[in-house]
Each structure stands twice: as structure tokens, then as C-alpha cells.
Design a protein around this ligand. Structure first.
Ligand SMILES: *[C@@H]1O[C@H](CO)[C@@H](O)[C@H](O)[C@H]1NC(C)=O
Ligand SMILES: *[C@@H]1O[C@H](CO)[C@@H](O)[C@H](O)[C@H]1NC(C)=O
Ligand SMILES: *[C@@H]1O[C@H](CO)[C@@H](O)[C@H](O)[C@H]1NC(C)=O
Ligand SMILES: *[C@@H]1O[C@H](CO)[C@@H](O)[C@H](O)[C@H]1NC(C)=O
Ligand SMILES: *[C@@H]1O[C@H](CO)[C@@H](O)[C@H](O)[C@H]1NC(C)=O
Ligand SMILES: *[C@@H]1O[C@H](CO)[C@@H](O)[C@H](O)[C@H]1NC(C)=O
Ligand SMILES: *[C@@H]1O[C@H](CO)[C@@H](O)[C@H](O)[C@H]1NC(C)=O
Ligand SMILES: *[C@@H]1O[C@H](CO)[C@@H](O)[C@H](O)[C@H]1NC(C)=O
Ligand SMILES: *[C@@H]1O[C@H](CO)[C@@H](O)[C@H](O)[C@H]1NC(C)=O
Length: 890
């Protein structure tokens, strides 16, 4: 059948069939007739389908409407006769309300119809949020074209954007969004791009709503040379998760020569590595005699049997689908149904869907940040032409006035900088700014802002630079803005008094110098002066304080700063060096316990993560010192290494090696678009984290307890190599007779060793306990403490489930059963041993390392086994025909 079928799909209009069908609910459907003139009724009922189409005007702010040439109108159904085109701006976007976390069919339809009478074929890009979806090219598509995907939405708003890429003007005719049923069309990763969807009938009529409750379009296809059509007049039960139209199931194709297979072939030489998901729908529609059977195998690529034998149920649908994607041999794809030896009848097929995988890897900008910036936009009545679509991506279309942190493609970018300088703003400082919770730079200078400086600015933990100069603010600057580390500019506000001054007086703070020109240099100067002054103040009055506690390693002579050994001195950076390496804290990559974490570069190329301690509470300072102390002493490939630190007056910062791939918690939860990692990789991460802990416990003198082992503190590099981080709570304990020390309890609830909690006696077995909890999380992907669970703590939950003996119930469902059950049992037993309430019964980390390595070996050898074979039971090649998918006959 080659590509001809695929081209068929691109046709719009032609014949839709007009049987009378019970009207179906159109709940959740969005059907937009783009560019429908305001004087035409909206919504209206489309005559063939009965779909309620409405104008697109409420979902988009830009573009103009037009209509295809009159002599072409009869070729297209009404929704495609008008269109919206976009002569202005590079990117223009629709913003549609959808249900987050639900699969949606999204179809965009385009008909040029020479509306502009210039007879050129437009070409432009179509984006879904920050990701390229497709390139629309009208060359050779005079009858229009459409794009259709099945996509699981990641937020409550869906951005569909048209992006000008050349000289021609983007346009769109109709947009259709349909919420799909749950538990269908599930992929391992990515979304589904329609390749073809067909029902086997010799007719010319295509099917859609109302025959299809989800308004999928089914194109008839029939290979007359080799196939014979069979049909039934009975009602076929179509109710399973896929619900194809009943009429599509009422006919089927069988091979004319009963011994031949029923064969679909297509070639995709442009993209030979394309990944496919296949959905085939069967129902027996012939009356079988008692001595007749119909049974067949599904065969892929000419030889690979990808299912158990199929016996279609009488007048009841069954659907076969592949849980993982398939690839073709050099782009030549062959799908065939081959009868088994015991079958007396040829195979049959009623309907067939093929999708390719389309990845939308770039995460959308953090949803809360987007809401906040929209609120700020509304508060100031801004109308910026490029504030459309995703604010951050693609980068060339990034919104003006903003900058972002983007650690990597799968983490939602966060807004770190807002520069509305000289934007004619009036009114107060907008409250919505406080919802930009990762904001580092705020520039509102040279506007006409009035009112007081709000308190909330001082409470925004990540803010480092605020420029309010050149406005007409009044009152006094709130005390909260005196927070250490904030650089504040507010000159040129004649009615504004400096922080702390109760009397309203004109003039400026002694602390804040008069800076005539705005800009980066000015901010630098202010910051410099600020901290020089503050530092002086601190050394004269704030002779502190930070008890060096019972830690033998810190040889603190001065309580106020370190006693730096030569080695430590070498790695000490000044605050101005920190500002330089982070380019003025430009790129925030995360939020630590005490402040922002910024990306930086030292020595020109070495990437670092700079953890700033914005609030130097005494606890914070203590932990800061502990961490510097620990990290300068320990060196291990599975511990994050310290490049240096800054301890200058009020400014404290830790400079680590940059570990680019987020933390284990993100990879387990799939949060921020992180991919779900396989069992093999989880085991490797567990081994590496265990090696890091083993080193702390036995490899360094004096030995150390980490005290805060949890997935968020296990960082992953680009090769998923694990590195333990956050040594702020770590403690050394003396070697020799005593194996534990008494300390103030610290740690994270859920991971905290109950024995340590009870007795305050700390030993390395507390880390073993926490590690056991981490291991349980890696195995089950359950929350550590879930109050809605009967056994709220994960260890209790696993304990009670283990009694059931069914490991599949315990294992993380996201692993899809793809693991060696020997290794999972063993890891589970090990984890339960680690979380033994009595520390003496827990294994040592060295023992844990040995056990985990063996688990890893057993998992690896399973993977190697299954890769080579072609057998039916190998996980890589088998297709599941889920028996749950077959409804019982009524
Ligand atoms: C869509 O995403 C949600 C939330 O991530 C998930 O619960 C659901 O199973 C997904 N649905 C499909 C069809 O993949
Ligand atoms: C467009 O449709 C007309 C009439 O249906 C047909 O004759 C023509 O070949 C089609 N053009 C393309 C490019 O498919
Ligand atoms: C399928 O084919 C049968 C027999 O040729 C025909 O009666 C029927 O209308 C067709 N179904 C559709 C949906 O066109
Ligand atoms: C059709 O039948 C012929 C002869 O049996 C065979 O060679 C050919 O591969 C078949 N084509 C398809 C698409 O099934
Ligand atoms: C099944 O039985 C019928 C008669 O009842 C006979 O005509 C037919 O040949 C048989 N078919 C097979 C495959 O044995
Ligand atoms: C079915 O036929 C194949 C060869 O066509 C043969 O290898 C296999 O053993 C047969 N199976 C049975 C159950 O007869
Ligand atoms: C900030 O966000 C919260 C919800 O996250 C919302 O309720 C609140 O109204 C927002 N505040 C402003 C000032 O927009
Ligand atoms: C904000 O933008 C203005 C120009 O519009 C520029 O002069 C100023 O330096 C920017 N502020 C920051 C903090 O980058
Ligand atoms: C935004 O941040 C990036 C680094 O994250 C930097 O390269 C770029 O210059 C910044 N853009 C502006 C306008 O400040």
C-alpha cells in the first residue's frame, strides 16, 4: 500500500458518510473554525458531522481573518473555508484550556485555497508549546493538509503556535482538540503522531464523529487484488479502551487465497529509524461452523511473531497493541497476519492504526511562573507582541524582558530575571511579582510606579538585585529588604526613605550611595559598597558566635571565619570572584536549603554550581562550615567535590563541581520531565551511592556519618553516575572504642533512623537505615510517608505487601515489569535488612555494596540474554495482547 494511504489522510473534506447515528456527547471537545468572521453565527453546527464549531477569537489575540477563493469553497466543508493568517510577529499562539495529564487528540487543519490571490504555497512551522511539532508546507497540497497527534498534556493550557520561518505568512483553518479515554494509547515515552488510521472496506467514505466518539478520522482502505471483503449486519460490540466506530468493525478483510497472509507493507525511507506503535482491531463477523476455527499470529518484519495467537471473539472487539515501539528493517515495514496450522479459516482484520513516536522533549516553562507573568502583564496592561507561547523556548523566540534558568531540556525553565525598565509602568509594584519564586534580578527602574515598596520583596528568597530607581515610590524601604546579599537601588524616588528610617525624610541612606546611571556596573558598585560597609559593621559589632561544636576536624581558632589551611586558602574565592563566575547570578539552577544555587564557570571552562547562603543564620553558618570542612577532606568519585568556597563578611557561598542531570528524586518521580530510569540503572546508582557512603564510613579518618541520605541528595551526572551531595549535617565520629556520638537530632523525616531519634546516639548505621529507605523508594517508587496509605511509612507498607508475596504489586509500575525478579527480590530483602529497627541488625555499607553489585550483575546478564534472542517470551520482542482488553461477551 506504500505511502498512498498516508497521503489519503492529508485530504480534507471529500466524502464523509451520512448515516443517522445517535448523537454523542461532545464533552471537552474544542472545535475552532479559525478566522470565522464576527458577523457569522458562532457556535454553529457543522452539517455533516453535527460538531459544534465556534470562532477562534477568544483563544488568540493576533492574526486576521480571510476566506478561501470563492470557486474553491465547494471543495471544502465549512470550517475550512475561513482561515486566520498572521502577517505580524514571528510566533502567534493559541492558548487552549485542557485537562492536565490526560491524553488528547490534537488536530490542526490547514487549507490555503489561494485566499490571498497570490498563488504561492506558504511554508511555516507548527509548535506545541516550546517544541517543534511539524513543518507545514503547502507545496503539492492544494487540497489542504492536517497534522494530528495523541498527546498527554503537561499543563492545563495548551499552546499551539504558528511560527514564520521564511517570507510566507502562516495560516490555519481549523483546530480540533478531543480528550481521549484513559488507559489507551500509552507510550513508553513521547507522543503519538498519526501515520495512518484505516478501516478495511471497499467504500470511499471516511468515518469520524459521530461514528467515532473521539472524532478520530478513519480512512477506508482495501487491497482489492489480494483481499476479499466480509461484512455483517449485526451490531458489533466496540466497547474497550479504544472504542473504534461500530461501522468500522462491521466489515473486515480476509486474504482471497486462504493460505496467504493478510499483509500491510509501507516504506519510510526518509526516516528508516522511525519508531511505530501499532493498534489492530479484530472482531469475528462470520458465522463459524463447529468444525471451523480462525486463529492467526501477528508477524512483524517478515518473521517476528509479536503476539500470542489471536482468535477473534464473535461480534466483540479485541485490540492488539504494542506496549513498546517497533522499528522497521531499513524503513521497509511489513505487518502481516498469518494463520496458524490449526486454523481452518484465513486471518481477518477490521481496522488498523499506525502511529510514529514524536518527542516533545523541551519542558514547558514552570506553570506557576507563567501564571505570575501573565498576572504582571495584566496588572500593567502590557501588550508585547512577542509575549506569546512558551516564555522561554525556543530560545530565538524568548519573551523580551525575561531571563530564565534552564538546567536542561527536561526541567521546566524558571524565570530568574524580569527587566521592565523604562516600560511606562504606572500604579503600584505588582503583587504578582512575589509569585515568581525563583526571581534573582528585578529591574523596575525608570517607570512611573507609585505607592510603597512592598514587604514581600524582602521575603523573596532568591532575589539578589532589585532596581527601583527613577520612579515615584513613597514611604520607607521595608526592613526586610536589608537582608544580606540583596543589592537594592532606589535613588531617584524623592519621596522614598531608606530602610530603617522611621522619620520620613528626603535624601538617601548612608549605606546606599548615589548612583547616577543605572546598569550593571552601578549595581556592582552598590553591592561592593554594601558589603564593605556591612562587613565592617559585622566585624566590629557581631563578634560571633558559631560554635564549632564537637567536631574534631575543624580547627577553628577564630569563630568568625575559617582557619584556613594552605590548601583551603587556595580554594577561597572573594565575593567579587563569585559574582564574576556566575555572571552576576544570572542562571539559577536550583534552590538549596539556604538560598539559590547558580551555575557558574571557573578557569574559563570548568562548570560549577554555586550555592549561596543568603540568610546566614547561625545554624546555616555552622552547616556551611561543616560542609566546607567535610568536602575539603574527602575525595571520592561518588561524592560531589568542592571546588572552593567564599566566606567574605556576610557572603557565604559553596562552589561545587556541576552535576548536570538533576537528582535521583526527580528521576524517580519523573518530575520536571525527567525520564524514568530503568531497573538496571537504578541498581547501578544504588551501588555508586553505597560506595560513596562506604567511603565516608570506612575510607576516611575520622570516619563520618552523612546524616541526610535521601534521593534529593543523590545527584546524577550526564552518564547517570551517582554523586552524594549536601554534607551540611555530616558529623565525624571518633575512631576506637566508641562507635557513636551524641548529637542533636537532625535529618529528614521518613529517612531518619528511629533508633537514633530515640537515643540521640549517632552511628554509621543511621546512614544504613536512610539508605535502606532510599533503596525501597528506588524499588517501589512509593512516597516515603503517605498518610492516605494504611501503612503510611514506606517500610511498613513494603513489609505488609511482602506478606502477600507478589513482587509485581510492590515494584514501581513505571518499570513495566522490565526487570530480573531475582535481583529485585534480593534488593528488596537487602533494603528491609537495612531498615531493621535495631541498628545492630543492619548490615554495614560494605556488605550492602557487595549485595547490590551481585544484583546488578544478575540484572545485566538478563539484559544481555534478552537482547540477542528473537523468541516470543523475550521482553524486547513480545507484544502483549492484554486479556483485560477483551470484554466478555454479553
Ligand atoms: C498522562 O499523564 C498522567 C500524569 O502524568 C498519567 O497519570 C497518565 O497515565 C498519562 N496517560 C497516558 C495515556 O499516558
Ligand atoms: C485535489 O482534489 C481534486 C478533486 O478532488 C483532485 O482532482 C486533485 O488531484 C487533488 N489534488 C491533490 C494534490 O491531491
Ligand atoms: C462497507 O462495505 C459494505 C459492503 O460493501 C457497505 O454496505 C457499507 O456501507 C460500507 N461501510 C461503510 C462505513 O461505508
Ligand atoms: C498480493 O499477492 C501476491 C501474490 O500472492 C503477492 O506476491 C503480493 O506480495 C501480495 N501483496 C500484498 C500487499 O499482500
Ligand atoms: C465442516 O463441516 C462441513 C459439513 O458440516 C463440511 O462441508 C466442511 O468441509 C467441513 N470443513 C472442514 C474444514 O472440515
Ligand atoms: C505448524 O507448521 C510449521 C511449519 O509450517 C511447523 O514447523 C510446526 O511444527 C507446525 N505446528 C503444529 C502444531 O503442527
Ligand atoms: C500567587 O499564586 C497563588 C497560587 O499559587 C494565587 O492564589 C495568588 O492569587 C497569586 N498572587 C498574586 C498576587 O497573583
Ligand atoms: C534592563 O534593560 C535596560 C534596557 O532596556 C538596561 O539598560 C538594563 O541594564 C537592564 N537591567 C538589567 C538588570 O539587566
Ligand atoms: C540570559 O541568560 C543567559 C544564560 O542563562 C545569558 O547567556 C544571556 O545573555 C542572558 N540574556 C539576557 C538578555 O540577559
Amino acid at each position: 500500500m506504500e505511502r498512498s494511504l498516508v497521503y489519503l489522510l492529508l485530504l480534507i473534506g471529500t466524502l464523509a458518510i451520512t448515516y443517522v447515528v445517535q448523537a454523542q456527547s461532545q464533552q471537552g471537545f474544542i472545535s475552532l473554525d479559525c478566522g470565522l468572521p464576527a458577523n457569522e453565527p458562532s457556535p454553529y453546527k457543522e452539517i455533516v458531522t453535527g460538531l459544534q464549531f465556534s470562532s477562534d477569537a477568544t483563544y488568540i489575540k493576533s492574526g486576521k481573518s480571510d476566506r478561501i477563493q470563492a470557486n474553491r469553497e465547494s471543495d471544502f466543508p465549512k470550517p475550512y473555508r475561513t482561515l486566520r493568517y498572521f502577517p505580524e510577529g514571528i510566533r502567534n499562539c493559541y492558548n487552549l484550556p485542557v485537562e492536565k495529564g490526560r491524553n488528547h487528540l490534537i488536530r490542526a487543519n490547514f487549507a490555503y485555497g489561494n485566499y490571498d490571490e497570490r498563488d504561492i504555497s506558504p511554508k511555516f512551522d507548527l509548535y506545541l508549546g516550546p517544541n517543534l511539532w511539524s513543518t507545514i508546507d503547502f507545496q503539492g497540497r492544494e487540497n489542504g493538509t492536517s497534522e494530528e497527534i495523541l498527546h498527554n498534556t503537561t499543563s492545563n493550557s495548551l499552546q499551539i503556535c504558528l511560527v514564520k520561518t521564511g517570507t510566507t505568512t502562516p495560516l490555519i483553518s481549523a483546530l480540533e482538540v478531543r480528550p481521549m479515554g484513559r488507559d489507551s494509547y500509552i507510550t513508553e515515552s513521547g507522543s503519538l503522531n498519526l501515520y495512518f488510521r484505516t478501516y478495511l472496506n471497499e467504500t470511499k467514505d471516511y468515518l469520524r464523529y459521530p461514528y467515532d466518539v473521539y472524532d478520530r478520522r478513519w480512512i477506508p482502505f482495501f487491497y482489492k487484488d489480494n483481499w476479499t471483503q466480509i461484512s455483517t449486519t449485526h451490531d458489533v460490540d466496540n466497547s474497550n479502551n479504544y472504542n473504534p466506530p461500530k461501522v468500522a468493525l462491521a466489515t473486515a478483510a480476509i486474504p482471497t487465497k486462504a493460505d496467504e497472509p493478510l499483509k500491510f507493507e509501507w516504506s519510510n525511507t526518509e526516516k528508516p529509524d522511525e519508531q511505530y506503535y501499532l493498534y489492530s482491531h479484530f472482531a469475528e463477523i462470520q458465522d463459524l461452523r463447529s468444525n471451523e476455527t480462525r486463529e492467526f499470529n501477528i508477524v512483524w518484519n517478515g518473521g517476528e511473531v509479536i503476539s500470542d495467537p489471536v482468535i477473534p471473539d464473535k461480534l466483540v472487539i479485541s485490540t492488539s497493541y504494542s506496549p513498546s515501539p517497533r522499528t522497521c528493517d531499513k524503513g521497509e515495514c511489513i505487518f502481516q497476519l498469518t494463520r496458524t496450522n490449526r486454523s481452518t479459516l484465513p486471518p481477518l482484520l477490521n481496522a488498523f492504526e499506525v502511529y510514529t513516536v514524536i518527542q516533545f522533549p523541551q519542558a514547558e516553562t514552570n506553570e506557576k511562573d507563567v501564571v505570575a507573568i501573565r498576572n504582571i502583564e495584566a496588572a500593567y496592561g502590557l501588550s508585547r507582541i512577542n509575549w506569546q507561547g512558551d516564555p522561554c523556548e525556543p530560545q530565538k523566540l524568548r519573551w523580551d524582558a525575561l531571563n530564565f534558568s534552564n538546567t536542561d531540556i527536561s526541567t521546566p525553565p524558571r524565570i530568574t530575571s524580569l527587566n521592565l525598565s523604562s516600560s511606562g509602568l504606572t500604579g503600584n509594584i505588582a503583587a504578582a511579582i512575589q509569585n515568581l519564586t525563583q526571581l534573582v534580578n528585578l529591574d523596575l527602574s525608570n517607570n512611573k510606579l507609585t505607592g510603597e515598596v512592598p514587604e514581600f520583596l524582602g521575603n523573596m528568597k532568591t532575589l539578589l538585585v532589585i532596581n527601583l530607581s527613577g520612579n515615584d515610590l513613597n514611604g520607607s524601604v521595608p526592613e526586610s529588604l536589608q537582608r544580606k546579599g540583596i543589592g537594592l537601588l532606589f535613588e531617584g524616588n524623592p519621596r522614598l526613605s531608606p530602610p530603617g528610617s522611621s522619620t520620613k525624610r528626603h535624601g538617601r541612606s548612608i549605606l546606599i550611595p548615589i548612583v547616577a546611571s543605572v546598569g550593571f556596573v552601578a549595581i556592582l558598585i552598590v553591592l561592593l559598597v554594601l558589603f564593605l560597609v556591612l562587613r565592617k559593621k559585622r566585624s566590629s559589632t557581631v563578634k560571633v558566635v558559631h560554635p564549632s561544636s564537637s567536631r574534631p576536624a575543624v580547627n577553628a581558632t577564630s569563630a568568625n571565619s575559617f582557619d584556613p589551611s594552605i590548601e583551603m586558602k587556595k580554594r577561597r574565592f572573594s565575593y567579587s570572584e563569585v559574582m564574576k563566575m556566575t555572571n552576576n547570578f544570572e542562571r539559577v539552577v536550583g534552590e538549596g536549603g539556604f538560598g539559590a544555587v547558580c551555575h557558574g564557570t571557573v578557569n574559563g571552562s570548568e562548570q560549577v554550581a554555586v550555592k549561596l547562603l543568603s540568610q546566614s543564620s547561625s545554624q546555616g553558618y555552622k552547616e556551611f562550615k561543616a560542609e566546607v570542612d567535610v568536602l575539603l577532606r574527602v575525595h571520592h568519585t561518588n561524592l560531589v567535590s568542592l571546588v572552593g568556597y567564599c566566606d567574605e563578611g556576610e557572603h557565604l557561598a559553596l562552589i561545587y563541581e556541576f552535576v548536570p542531570n538533576g537528582d535521583l528524586r526527580q528521576h524517580l518521580s519523573g518530575k520536571g520531565g525527567r525520564s524514568v530510569i530503568s531497573w538496571g540503572i537504578r541498581l547501578r546508582i544504588a551501588v555508586e551511592a553505597a560506595l560513596g557512603l562506604e567511603y565516608l564510613h570506612t575510607g576516611c579518618t575520622p570516619p563520618m556519618v552523612h546524616r541526610d541520605v535521601k534521593p534529593a541528595n543523590i545527584l546524577l551526572d550526564e552518564h547517570y553516575k551517582a554523586k552524594l551531595a549536601d554534607f551540611g549535617l555530616s558529623r565525624s565520629f571518633p575512631v576506637g572504642g566508641e562507635t557513636h556520638v551524641s548529637t542533636v537530632i537532625a535529618g529528614t523525616p521518613g529517612y531518619l533512623d528511629p533508633e537514633y531519634y530515640r537515643t540521640s546516639h549517632l552511628s554509621e548505621k543511621s546512614d544504613v537505615y536512610s539508605f535502606g529507605i532510599v533503596l525501597l523508594e528506588m524499588i517501589t517508587n512509593q512516597t516515603v510517608i503517605d498518610r492516605n496509605r494504611e501503612n503510611s511509612h514506606i517500610a511498613q507498607w513494603v513489609g505488609s505487601e511482602l506478606n502477600g508475596g507478589d513482587i509485581a504489586k510492590i515494584m514501581d509500575p513505571k518499570l513495566n515489569g522490565d526487570y530480573d525478579s531475582h535481583s529485585t527480590w534480593r534488593a528488596l530483602e537487602l533494603a528491609m535488612l537495612c531498615v531493621n529497627p535495631t541498628s545492630a541488625n543492619r548490615p554495614t555499607m560494605s556488605h550492602v555494596v557487595i549485595e547490590l553489585k551481585e544484583c546488578l550483575e544478575s540484572e545485566n546478564s538478563r539484559r544481555n540474554r534478552s537482547r540477542g534472542t528473537d523468541s516470543l517470551n523475550s521482553s524486547e520482542v513480545s507484544t502483549v495482547i492484554d486479556s483485560g482488553m477483551f470484554p466478555q461477551a454479553r
